[in-house]
Ligand binder design. Structure first.
Ligand SMILES: C[S@@+](CC[C@H](N)C(=O)[O-])C[C@H]1O[C@@H](n2cnc3c(N)ncnc32)[C@H](O)[C@@H]1O
Length: 267
């Protein structure tokens, strides 16, 4: 790929998804674009990029974003957040709250949503009105999330009693499937965090947006945090990745722990 094509692609991805691709990402991006070219039976990356950028075919743009986004995730990733969430939910429940609305804003292949569903249901019991909206820019990962089928090798972080309660027995190829009760609260939808305002009305009690803001610059992070403040109810919580911080860009929040913020009641 020519340097000028890479530069044009980088600018386009930044403008479209807020994702910053540094020079160091060039090899990775080339490999990912290469995969997309093979899927299309094409062999000229410069022509492909020119075509996508000129004609702005929305379907192809979604495929390109799918190819470029980094989707690493796991069950119970950054586990301390889930212990904290359990405490928060139990407090709210003991205060009489019955309805809980959660948004998982970069849901990737579903491990984080299904972890949330397990943790929330185990903390709240069966008699709560729980809904968890799961969004991502990539249609490919959302499809995997909707399917809810994972190889046993991914399930190590799931406590054995939770695995048995919420997933069916492994099939002959060692895949397990989320049971209907675990899927029940989850819904999956495509949402680009770079396009504001977001179409939801809220209010949410809890927003998880972990390990995606690292790809955004300050403008992109501010855009998200401003929308999160609008959509979270006062007293609700925002969880970001352990390597992320919204310090200095989140006037509507107070930090309650590293990477955990509470929407202030008046603000
Ligand atoms: C590294 S994964 C993190 C997944 C999960 N939140 C976790 O912490 O394990 C980042 C996810 O953010 C998504 N993403 C990247 N840019 C996005 C954007 N502009 N809007 C919505 N999702 C985006 C990617 O598709 C990917 O699935």
């Amino acid at each position: 790929m020519k340097a000028s094509s890479y530069a044009a692609l980088r600018d386009f991805i930044y403008a479209t998804a807020g994702i910053q691709l540094g020079e160091s990402k060039q090899a990775l991006v080339l490999a990912r674009v290469g995969q997309r070219l093979r899927a299309l039976g094409l062999d000229d990356p410069d022509a492909y990029i020119r075509e996508v950028l000129q004609h702005q075919d929305q379907e192809e743009i979604v495929h390109l974003l799918d190819a470029i986004s980094t989707n690493f995730t796991s069950f119970f990733r950054e586990e301390a957040h889930f212990h904290r969430l359990t405490g928060i939910l139990r407090d709210w429940k003991s205060q009489g709250q019955k309805k809980f609305r959660i948004w998982c804003a970069a849901a990737s292949t579903g491990e984080e949503p299904y972890t949330l569903s397990m943790v929330c249901q185990e903390a709240l019991g069966d008699f709560s009105d729980l809904k968890i909206l799961c969004t991502d820019i990539s249609t490919r990962v959302l499809e995997t999330g909707r399917r809810g089928v994972y190889h046993l090798s991914k399930m190590d972080p799931v406590p054995p009693q939770s695995l048995q309660r919420w997933f069916g027995p492994p099939d002959e190829e060692s895949f397990v499937s989320a049971k209907p009760a675990l899927r029940g609260p989850l819904s999956f939808a495509r949402l680009n965090l770079a396009e504001v305002p977001y179409p939801m009305k809220g209010p949410f009690d809890v927003v998880f947006c972990r390990n995606v803001m690292i790809y955004f610059d300050v403008a992109g992070r501010t855009r998200f945090v401003t929308e999160a403040a609008r959509l979270l109810r006062p007293g609700g919580f925002l969880f970001v990745g352990h390597a992320e911080s919204v310090a200095g860009i989140a006037p509507g929040f107070r930090a309650v722990a590293p990477s955990v913020y509470q929407r202030v009641v008046h603000g």
